[in-house]
Design a protein around this ligand. Sequence first.
Ligand code: SF4
Length: 300
Amino acid sequence: MGTFSRSGLERLKARRRAVILAHSYQPPEIQDIADLVGDSLELSRAAASLDCDAVVLCGVRFMAETAAVLAPGKAVLNPAPGAGCPLADSMDASSLRRLQEEHPGDATVVYVNSSLEAKAASWACCTSANACAVVSAAPTREVVFGPDRNLGAFVARSTGRTLWVFDGSCPPHDGADIADMERMRRAWPDARLLVHPETPPAAWDLADAVLGTGAMIAYVKSSGARRFLIGTEAGMVHRLSVLFPGREFSAVGRIGCPNMKKASPEAVFSCLEDMEPRVRIDPSLAEAARAAIGRMTAIG
Ligand code: SF4
């Protein structure tokens, strides 16, 4: 593995014409070296649109795969190839097919946190940022949705659509410690509590707003409040603290994703030195998934 230094990384990035994209749940030391930190939708759009030859995608595997489908002419490098997502892995193509067969004719929308095979079998995919907009744009009134049951319930409630939802969940968010949220609400009575729609409905009932990470940033920006309790993966607190240095943030619910912590600055450096590990997708699978992923980036 190469020896990491900030100046060495900048030289290597320039030589490779590379950008570093990091999800908001990444560790602070990764967020701090990234060219762009964002949610899944922002990272996908950036991978496709930025003028560069290589993209280092710091997140989990489905994010790197999505970027590779959207940016076929660029080298997409994954500094944490062992970082999977239990939510994405919970719904394989055959279990999605079974749900589709129970509801023939209904359009399928899958969360971007899913396999490429599931995306290829769907009308569109979505992120938590645009799930309601994508489902509202679906060509059928009733929609097959997966794999996150909490996000599915939230979208159904928000849009009034009937959703046939796969029974999957994100273990860190679904296991949110509700008692910790209640305790922190009492400790910081003036704070706004923002929770992610992957948390269970008991968390939504406590919260001031149920929002994806991008919408949390917009909420804080427009809010007059000084203190915020953040009910999503704890890495988001670093992102918000950098963006809003005058405000105070505390993670609540003890939501930590070990897969999001597998990248390191040294691994990013090494990726750019070796141009490996590079994400390689079977071209026919990439082609099959491209329509669903393209609707995700086009809507909302
Ligand atoms: S936070 Fe949840 S959905 Fe996101 S990568 Fe981790 S396990 Fe998957």
